[in-house]
Write a protein that binds this ligand. Structure first.
Ligand SMILES: C[S@@+](CC[C@H](N)C(=O)[O-])C[C@H]1O[C@@H](n2cnc3c(N)ncnc32)[C@H](O)[C@@H]1O
Length: 336
């Protein structure tokens, strides 16, 4: 058996890591994650539930550029689903309302890309996989994405990024994400994975016996319906959205789903109140296995599941990246 090493930045609950691990296994490789970085304590709780022994750096900004060499372990692949709020539509409009900076100007979250860049340019892993919201492509007319690519291309071969949709990869959720990959050595054109178009419906991801507590109350249901009528009259969005179990896909389940779940309420039959998805169902719609553990509250679990990556998609991207590096015949290391 050979092994590949990785670091998992902005790790959330480890969706990127799970994907890499799956892809590595199919290729007969052992993956060895040397470090993860996650600032949120609840996400770390879930991460540790599933990966108890990995070295941690809580805030990646705490690693000064001059210390990267010493603090960050050597690795073959850098994984980073860096925070998307500064670039996402909802995040931008929230920041505008609060008169806060967005994009790279958000000094809290927007400039985290530069921490990734410093690590790449110092540690020079063989490859990297970055994930973000599709809006990054058009944000500021593509200026930000172009700047990101220009910086990355100083040391890496970076093919044009690709937007992939979870619903095209066997998950019943519409979730378009942009993927940016890069390689230290050029070894021919890189092709992103092609969709599997495996047919699924929302029902395939639902619990057989969901607890009753997820059915919304009469009060909430009637207020949703009233708001919908009010919004319609005012020419605004429609408010809640009913999803039928036989639908091909839900809308994108975001980290805000914990609020009232109105963007995806499940139809339960005529004259019945709809219900929310359970946290387990949201993880399933992201491709997480049943063995995935979480011991946090529902609120935190919804946030984490809405923030993570669609495993089925990232797994396929990881496969392509691994095969690309394996072809270079520079990855293999004997397991000690
Ligand atoms: C979009 S989520 C990534 C989710 C992850 N890819 C997964 O599969 O669960 C971004 C994550 O970055 C974390 N984060 C934000 N700022 C950070 C920082 N300065 N250092 C480390 N993690 C940070 C957030 O708490 C959040 O969990």
């Amino acid at each position: 058996m050979k092994k590949i090493t990785s670091i998992d930045l902005f790790a959330g609950v480890g969706g990127m890591r799970i994907s890499l691990s799956r892809a590595a296994k199919r290729l007969g490789l052992i993956d060895d994650c040397k470090l993860y970085s996650e600032i949120d304590s609840y996400s770390r709780q879930t991460y540790v539930d599933n990966f108890p022994k990995t070295k941690l750096i809580e805030d990646i900004k705490s690693v000064a550029r001059k210390d990267i060499k010493k603090i960050i372990p050597d690795h073959d692949i850098l994984l980073a689903g860096f925070p998307c709020q500064p670039f996402s539509r909802a995040g931008i409009s929230k920041r505008k309302n609060l008169k806060r900076a967005h994009g790279f100007d958000d000094k809290n979250q927007g400039d985290l890309f530069f921490n990734i860049l410093d690590i790449l340019n110092t540690k020079k892993p063989k490859a990297f996989i970055l994930e973000n919201v599709q809006n990054l492509k058009t944000y500021q007319n593509g200026k930000i994405l172009n700047q990101i690519l220009k910086e990355l291309r100083v040391n890496y071969y970076v093919p044009d990024p690709k937007i992939l949709d979870a619903q095209d990869f066997g998950l019943a959720q519409r979730r378009k994400r942009i993927f940016i990959v890069g390689f230290l050595r050029f070894n021919g054109e890189f092709d992103f994975p092609t969709p599997t178009y495996k047919k699924t419906t929302v029902k395939d991801f639902l619990d057989l016996y969901p607890p009753k507590k997820y059915i919304i109350s009469d009060l909430l249901w009637s207020s949703h319906k009233k708001r919908k009528i009010k919004n319609k009259k005012a020419g605004k969005g429609f408010g809640f959205r009913l999803t039928h179990p036989r639908d091909k896909a839900t809308v994108t389940i975001s980290a805000r789903y914990y609020k009232d779940g109105s963007e995806c309420l499940l139809y339960r039959g005529k004259n019945k109140n709809p219900r929310r998805l359970t946290p387990r169902e949201v993880f399933r719609l992201q491709g997480f296995p049943e063995s995935f553990k979480f011991s946090v509250s529902d609120l935190q679990a919804y946030k984490q599941a809405g923030n993570t990556v669609p495993i089925n998609v990232v797994d396929k991207v990881c496969s392509k990246v691994l095969v690309y590096i394996l072809k270079q015949n520079i990855l293999y290391k004997k397991v000690a």
